[in-house]
Design a protein around this ligand. Structure first.
Ligand code: SF4
Ligand code: SF4
Length: 289
């Protein structure tokens, strides 16, 4: 089974649009959206949800019983997650490393150490393939763990359905959810555009992919909005032996199609659609051989 993740290092480069169109063109695949903080691939894929599961994680310490303000927990928490234990105890969830010492030492058993609901994930049918996506609760942590969870779920589905390809819309940025999106994939298709910030993010995400020994491929979206910057991207790719699979022209049809929840590849007159199809043809050689 091959796995490809489509990433960008930042939002707004057209990554999800590319992923959605590839998901429509591909065959024998399962799709997954790893942007668990702000999933939006489902808008185009229009899934019919078959199963909804709660994502439980966390295991952060929490005061649920009667605290007698003895201060023992604060004294022994080596992560400095507990403050004001002799007046009005507070536990900083961001600092808590779930070691459980405070639970153990508390004389009144006032602290609990329970996993909590952190979000939900969904297994759906679409017209094109099975689709897994998720939603992290507001303020919840562990986006990397949720991505790992849905990656595992999508692999189970692919094995059960005898599918040979998983297309992953990666999380934006370069944080832990992106690393979880990249883990164990065969290829990372980096979607970038010729702006200074996108080029900087492209180079960062290329380094992250390289750290995990993942082969990167590149496509440049809206390449004609700045030909000098496009040339800089191509030069960087050439010097790093990175294949540029295609350059998509700016196309005023794309925002309109997205607003209408349509796939740009269905527009026969769109220059962007032609190039996206060309890129997919090149990708197929990597994914189906
Ligand atoms: S579980 Fe460990 S890290 Fe968290 S508050 Fe308790 S002692 Fe500190
Ligand atoms: S050890 Fe228990 S009783 Fe003592 S301060 Fe901490 S929570 Fe309160």
């Amino acid at each position: 089974m091959k796995k490809i993740v489509i990433i960008s290092g930042k939002g707004g480069t057209g990554k999800t649009t590319m992923a959605a169109n590839f998901i429509k063109i591909a065959h024998g695949h399962v799709a997954i959206d790893c942007d668990v903080d702000a999933a939006n691939l489902y808008i185009l894929l229009d899934p019919s949800i078959k199963k909804k599961e709660t994502f439980i994680s966390g295991a952060k310490a929490k005061v649920t019983g009667d605290c007698i303000n003895c201060g023992k927990c604060e004294e022994l928490c080596r992560f400095e997650a507990i403050t004001d234990s002799v007046t009005d105890i507070k536990i900083d969830k961001l600092k808590c490393e779930s070691c459980g010492i405070c639970v153990y030492v508390c004389p009144t058993k006032a602290i609990e150490h329970k996993d909590e609901k952190q979000g939900e994930y969904y297994i759906s049918d679409t017209k094109h393939c099975s689709f897994v996506h998720a939603r992290l609760d507001p303020g919840a942590e562990n986006s990397g763990l949720l991505v790992t969870k849905i990656r595992n779920v999508s692999e189970d589905i692919a094995y059960r359905q005898d599918k040979k390809l998983i297309i992953i819309d990666g999380a934006p940025g370069i944080g832990c959810s992106v690393i979880a999106s990249l883990n164990g994939v065969d290829y990372a298709l980096i979607v970038t555009e010729p702006t200074i910030s996108a080029i900087s993010d492209f180079k960062k995400i290329y380094e992250v992919a390289g750290f995990f020994n993942i082969e990167s491929l590149v496509c440049i979206n809206k390449f004609d909005i700045n030909l000098d910057n496009t040339a800089e991207i191509e030069k960087f790719c050439a010097s790093n032996n990175l294949e540029v699979l295609g350059k998509i022209p700016y196309d005023e049809n794309v925002p309109r199609y997205l607003a209408d929840k349509k796939f740009i590849i269905d527009n026969a007159c769109s220059p962007a659609a032609t190039e996206i199809k060309n890129i997919w043809q090149k990708l197929e050689k990597y994914l189906y051989e």
